[in-house]
Design a protein around this ligand. Structure first.
Ligand SMILES: Cc1cc2nc3c(=O)[nH]c(=O)nc-3n(C[C@H](O)[C@H](O)[C@H](O)COP(=O)(O)OP(=O)(O)OC[C@H]3O[C@@H](n4cnc5c(N)ncnc54)[C@H](O)[C@@H]3O)c2cc1C
Length: 374
């Protein structure tokens, strides 16, 4: 019998496994893919994520960190450009297959058991423990952690959480000599897809190009992606890989993300920022909190922490997202005359400020935000 079975070896599952392993718990981590595996993701690490990885998990990130971003272009409809230069690194770049694999290897140092290329196909409960059935075997655990991402089997088996399913698509292209790439500068493109944005994140060897929409009803995401790629002059560059992936967004105000023996973390719980799509931080943080709740034998503290420390910010982000994406031409004019808006937004992502601070700034200064909220 395992103390805990963790399903999914993304940031949430690995952070949870490391934290449990450090406390000497007998842990099984199950991943359906062989590792390292590709995950469609921009690989943008905020300072919040970086701090957790360095300070809470003691990960030696140097081997997986690529370039740091200190210049950001906010571009509206391919022409209107607000350029920001920072005296600090706002976002650090990584390739997810490398980061996630490093975290799993760290967990293995603490003696956790790892099963890869093994898919969880069913779950059951019996006399206070959990039965995990995979396509190869069956395991028993006192606790179960659902870190199995957007298509979570744990969420569908044990929880009934209302989530919105947004979508994003990500392509990686080689940085060939003909491409003039500033590796310290990323581009964020607005007004090119309803309720969303496109991005160009430079890595050491590739450009990660993506586009996403927070509107679940939007169809034909690939069409928007190819148009975006063409407009930014990269139409002739073939992708090394191109993948679409859902962005799950929790819709409930005070969801309970635990049962008697089960906890739901990261994307499986829909804990993603609905304005910018950041999810790695929430995955890492909830993975660690889930481990702490198991160690303290107090699962209630887990949902309470999320309700107190994460959901109020995600709610603010959701209100802002609806205001911003519904009024992009106006917001574009405001950002042009007051680049501090964009700067404050990046400060929130970095972790220097909160959405509440950004909201306060906008409401105090601009009637459009006051009117929208009244
Ligand atoms: C295109 C795109 C770009 C993004 N860019 C960024 C970004 O730049 N920065 C950022 O912070 N966030 C970004 N995100 C969000 C971020 O990728 C996710 O929020 C994050 O990966 C969530 O981590 P997780 O551990 O919860 O889930 P995942 O990383 O999805 O990991 C879940 C794991 O569970 C495994 N699994 C699933 N089902 C089973 C099963 N039945 N049995 C066994 N294993 C299973 C999967 O194979 C997977 O490895 C982006 C998302 C998308 C779609």
């Amino acid at each position: 019998m395992y103390d805990a079975i963790v399903i999914g070896a993304g940031p949430a599952g690995a952070a949870c496994a490391i934290s449990l392993g450090k406390e000497g718990k007998k842990v099984l981590l199950i991943e359906k893919h062989l590792l390292p595996r590709y995950k469609a993701c921009g690989g943008g690490l905020s300072q919040k994520s970086y701090s957790i990885l360095k300070e809470n998990l003691n990960i030696k990130l140097e081997q997986v960190l690529e370039n740091g971003i200190d210049e950001v272009d906010f571009i509206y409809k391919y022409k209107n450009n607000v350029h920001l230069a920072f005296d600090y690194i706002t976002i650090k770049m990584c390739m997810r297959q490398k980061l996630d694999y490093l975290l799993v290897q760290e967990a293995q140092k603490y003696g956790i058991h790892l099963k890869t290329a093994e898919k969880v196909v069913d779950l059951d409960q019996d006399k206070g423990h959990i039965i995990v059935k995979t396509d190869k075997s069956q395991y028993n655990g006192k606790y179960l952690v659902g870190a199995d991402g957007a298509h979570s089997i744990v969420a569908s088996k044990f929880f009934n959480i209302n989530k919105k399913r947004a979508m994003a698509v990500e392509g990686e292209i080689n940085i060939t000599p003909d491409l003039k790439v500033d590796k310290n500068r990323m581009e964020l493109h607005y007004g090119i897809i309803p309720h969303g944005y496109g991005w160009i994140f430079p890595k050491e060897k590739v450009l990660s190009i993506g586009i996403g929409s927070f509107s679940p009803s939007l169809k034909g995401l690939n069409k928007y992606y190819y148009k975006f790629k063409k407009e930014i002059g990269l139409g002739g560059h073939q992708e090394l890989i191109l993948k679409a992936h859902p962005i799950p967004l929790i819709k409930e105000k005070n969801p309970v993300l635990h049962t008697g023996h089960v906890l739901l973390t990261g994307d499986a719980a829909g804990l993603v920022d609905p304005l910018c799509g950041e999810g790695i931080y929430y995955a890492l943080q909830t993975g660690i909190w889930a481990a702490n709740a198991i160690i303290n034998n107090n699962l209630q503290e887990y949902s309470a922490m999320i309700q107190k420390r994460i959901l109020p910010e995600l709610r603010q982000a959701d209100i802002l997202a609806r205001l911003i994406y519904n009024a992009l031409p106006v917001i574009n004019r405001l950002v042009n005359s007051d680049p501090l808006i964009a700067e404050n937004l990046l400060a929130v992502v970095y972790g220097k400020g909160t959405y509440k601070d950004l909201f306060r700034y906008l409401i105090n200064k601009y009637s459009i935000f006051r009117q929208a909220l009244s």
